[in-house]
Design a protein around this ligand. Structure first.
Ligand SMILES: [Cu+2]
Length: 182
């Protein structure tokens, strides 16, 4: 769905760009005074600059606040659940496969052979978080699972023939056994 939208936006913007180039090509034959044109262009540029600043600053602040990486800071006092994740050709081993909704989880990710990519997807196959799985290194990925359900860990870096089979499941459950907390 998002790929479709991105494609449509790309086509539309490319068409707009084509029209701009066509307009410039058509006008290029005409001679005009440079100085007033330059003044108008500079004013336009200043206006566009401030419009962009006004538009992008809130988007930047909003998107930064959505980053998962400071999950532990936002949940101070909540000791994170640590899960060791090791990638191999072609499977994952997880020291635990059940997490609690709302409680921070810290994945300690490494590899037993070659480089892999550790990506966690929700039930709609949207990426929740990811980090590299590298031999000799432990990368920490902090996440908070906000919705109960079955998540999938997939390999995000092509690592050989059965790369596509590198899946593992992580179940996120509510903290009370009845699943009542809402
Ligand atoms: Cu892979």
């Amino acid at each position: 769905m998002y790929q479709q939208l991105a494609w449509q936006i790309t086509v539309a913007l490319t068409a707009v760009l084509g029209l701009v180039f066509a307009y410039i090509a058509l006008k290029s034959g005409r001679r005009t005074e440079y100085a007033p044109l330059q003044k108008r262009a500079y004013r336009l540029r200043r206006g566009l600059f401030w419009a962009l600043v006004l538009l992008l600053t809130p988007i930047l602040v909003y998107s930064m606040s959505e980053l998962p990486y400071d999950a532990a800071q936002r949940h101070k006092g909540d000791k994170p659940q640590v899960i060791d994740a090791v990638g191999y050709q072609w499977y994952w081993t997880l020291s635990a496969s059940e997490v609690t909704v709302g409680r921070p989880v810290e994945f300690h990710v490494t590899s037993g052979d070659i480089n892999h990519g550790f990506g966690i997807y929700d039930e709609n196959m949207r990426l929740v978080g990811q980090t590299q799985a590298m031999p000799g290194y432990v990368n920490k990925l902090q996440l908070v699972f906000h919705k109960a359900g079955t998540y999938k860990a997939l390999c995000m870096e092509y690592c050989g023939l059965a790369h596509h089979n590198m899946t593992a499941e992580i179940r996120a459950v509510e903290s009370t056994p009845t699943g009542g907390r809402k």
